[in-house]
Design a protein around this ligand. Sequence first.
Ligand code: ADP
Ligand code: TYD
Length: 212
Amino acid sequence: MKEKIRFREKQKEKGLFIVFEGIDGSGKSTQVELLARRLRRRGLEVVTLREPTQGKWGQKIRELSRTSGSVSPEKELELFISDRKENVARNIKPALVGGKTVILDRYYYSTLAYQGARGLPLEEIRRRHRRFAVVPDLVFILDVPVSTGLRRIKDRPVIYGHFEEKEYLKKVRKIFLSFRDPECLVVDGRPEATAIHRKIWSLLLKKFPRLK
Ligand code: ADP
Ligand code: TYD
């Protein structure tokens, strides 16, 4: 009980920051919702966010990927970074400072994986984020074979052109699996959603036993 109260007090200063990553169709949005629900039942204030955002840069990203198939990787990088800078400053940092738990669907690991797979150097992408991006407490990388991810989203309208090509996504997946950052945990995304959620919950409790 004491633990719980102390945790709530600490939450007033700084909330937990959890990120979900993985290729398209890996089940991120589903797991974000399941985890948010569970943490809310625990009495935490939870904010769920996603990138690309609904802000001006996020809209620009969607617009460009709809209308032109030929955005350079460099231009793509600039757009995702601008969108993220705005998200960190306007949404992520204020929520964390306000003691809220932030669960984010895609972050700079997606830029490393997707723009890295288009040939941009990973070290350069990391360097660009060091100055402004808050490092999450935990990143769950949901891993599924590309064929599984694509099968799950086959009815979704294709608005991101090259982002969903099979060979490209294989490269993206490989980069996701190569991360050695201490906050990154790879989780098998193939079982049914509730089983994955149970696994995620147990990993979260292992790292933050006070959540129990
Ligand atoms: P993402 O956000 O990674 O693109 P979603 O959570 O939107 O993935 O899931 C893509 C589709 O697959 C949705 O129709 C969702 O209901 C379904 N789905 C999610 N998780 C699983 C799972 N573990 N097993 C089977 N289907 C799933
Ligand atoms: P998203 O809307 O999350 O797609 P989905 O719900 O299908 O997973 O992301 C849109 C696309 O943008 C996705 O294919 C991945 C790509 N993307 C990047 O290439 N770089 C980035 O930094 C981010 C955040 C997304």
